[in-house]
Design a protein around this ligand. Structure first.
Ligand code: ADP
Length: 513
């Protein structure tokens, strides 16, 4: 297969643009699953770290309380506790009371906002049943780690830690109100952590009810992750994305990505198609122009050769016979006419193209004009044995037109009918009126024009490049000129043709109103 320039452009476009983009797109689509997984894990990590930071915050806060109370116990006497501890408790209404117990669990003193309260044997018993917890704390302390362990009651939580005074170790129990702690202390932190993206909720494990949420809505998706609250073991903190889930989010991203990739492939394909189309048009135009130059040179060479040959013969006086002389002179005059027709048609075309041609409109009887044109063709038609069937059904009807321009149209069409008649030697010329249209049909029964070429024959320089047409002389300007002239007359040119059966060119003109 021959690689024409246009095929070459097509191949280059496909190789350097389309295939790489297709490969990159297909690769991206193939790794989409992994991308989704990594987005998933990024979100999961983010969620985990939000939950971790909430617990960490609680831990920091309670550690702060622990160290404040620790200091209070360490630097003051027991006597002073009864005023200082209530003073401390009054600073924060999350605190219910604060108890100090000896490590042997024999005596407990509880301070509330007012002062020392009555014996708190309930708490003492609770501690006694949680000896493991105390052991754990002692262990931690021996390793110099001051840990707080929660002891869950119904509505409140005991934060248990060890404290060292000058002489001995105490078991300290800070009693806090759960609901206040959640609503007043943690809520702020949750709102800050949730931002606009997340919903963070706290659930009571026992009742399985949400006791606090940063955002309430009827349709809330289940949390992406749940963690126990370290210092409130009966509560869990859960986090979900606002209005969506990670799964939905990654699926949505996947869909958007897919749409972008597919649109990109479509765009690139359309772009390449248009580049290819315009490159093809340019190449074809260049080819057509080159053909035109060669056609015109050919058209000029033949008459010039004949003129030069016969005029030389006459000049040298070689022909004695008068009839022969007349015949030669006739040939010279015919060829000169042909030359001037050719040059005129090119000049006319360029004038039409640049809009410089001036039309002189007047009333024209087309039947009369056609008779005139036929008369000028009579000699040629007789010579070539053509028969012309005329049927003018619109005598004495005129249109508005430029006589000379219209004559040029008919000459071109009849000339074409002769050129492309093949073996058929009949041409039919018909005029008539349909509604407010005056039509002229010029029909031949020759080689015909394929449907594909019918769309292009009115383009400038275009010549059908297959079959007999190749051997027929022409510039490819005739029909382009006719079309332009008819357009100036606000008319229409139509072609009806079948290969090897013949062609009719119909010119429609608007009738004078
Ligand atoms: P050309 O100088 O080649 O005749 P035209 O513009 O007059 O240029 O015609 C363009 C092309 O249309 C021709 O090359 C020919 O292939 C085709 N064509 C025109 N008239 C006819 C016809 N009557 N029958 C068949 N083909 C025709």
């Amino acid at each position: 297969m021959k690689i024409t320039p246009i095929r070459k452009i097509g191949i280059i476009l496909i190789l350097i643009i389309f295939i790489p983009i297709l490969f990159v797109s297909l690769y991206q689509l193939s790794i989409q699953n992994e991308t989704e997984k990594s987005i998933n894990s990024v979100y999961s990590n983010q969620i985990e770290s939000v939950l971790f930071s909430i617990n960490q915050y609680n831990e920091d806060l309670t550690s702060q309380w622990r160290s404040q109370l620790d200091n209070l116990l360490l630097y003051n006497t027991q006597k002073e506790y009864s005023t200082l501890i209530p003073y401390y408790l009054n600073k924060n209404d999350v605190f219910i009371d604060f108890s100090i117990c000896d490590t042997s669990l024999s005596q407990i003193t509880t301070y509330n906002h007012q002062g020392i309260t009555a014996n708190n044997n309930n708490l003492l018993n609770t501690l006694k049943t949680n000896k493991n917890l105390l052991k754990k704390l002692i262990n931690y302390k021996q390793n110099n780690y001051y840990k707080i362990e929660p002891l869950q009651n119904f509505n409140n939580t005991y934060l248990v830690f060890l404290s060292e005074s000058t002489f001995n170790t105490h078991i300290c129990i800070l009693n806090i109100n759960n609901q206040r702690y959640l609503n007043k202390v943690i809520a702020l932190r949750l709102i800050r952590s949730a931002g606009n993206e997340f919903i963070i909720s706290i659930k009571d494990k026992k009742s399985d009810k949400i006791v606090y949420s940063t955002f309430y809505s009827k349709k809330t998706s289940p949390p992406e992750s749940i963690k126990d609250l370290w210092i409130l073991p009966n509560y869990q903190v859960g986090i979900s994305l606002k209005g969506t889930t990670i799964k939905e989010l990654t699926a949505k991203r996947g869909r958007i990505f897919f749409v972008i990739i597919i649109s990109m492939i479509i765009l690139v394909t359309v772009g390449i198609y248009f580049i290819y189309k315009s490159a093809r048009k340019e190449i074809e135009l260049a080819q057509i122009k080159a053909d035109f130059v060669s056609n015109v040179s050919h058209e000029l060479r033949t008459p010039l050769a004949l003129i030069s040959m016969y005029s030389e013969t006459l000049e040298l006086g070689r022909v004695k016979d008068d009839t022969k002389k007349q015949e030669y002179i006739k040939i010279i005059s015919n060829e000169t006419a042909r030359l001037s027709r050719l040059v005129n048609s090119i000049l006319n075309f360029s004038k039409l193209e640049s809009g410089k041609r001036i039309f002189n409109f007047s009333k024209v009887d087309l039947s009369e004009l056609l008779n005139e044109v036929c008369f000028s063709f009579e000699h040629k038609l007789n010579e070539l044995n053509f028969q012309v069937d005329k049927s003018f059904n619109s005598k004495n009807v005129s249109i508005i037109g430029d006589k000379e321009a219209l004559k040029e149209c008919f000459i071109n069409l009849i000339d074409n009918a002769i050129k492309y008649s093949g073996n058929s030697k009949i041409i039919a010329i018909k005029t008539g009126i349909v509604k407010d249209i005056y039509f002229v049909d010029i029909t031949d029964f020759g080689i015909g024009i394929s449907e594909e070429n019918q769309k292009r024959i009115f383009e400038k320089f275009y010549r059908v490049s297959t079959g007999d047409v190749h051997n027929t002389k022409g510039t490819g300007l005739g029909l382009a000129i006719v079309k332009q002239i008819i357009d100036y007359h606000k008319g229409k040119i139509l072609v009806f043709s079948k290969l090897n059966e013949g062609t009719t060119f119909r010119l429609n003109f608007p009738l004078i109103k």
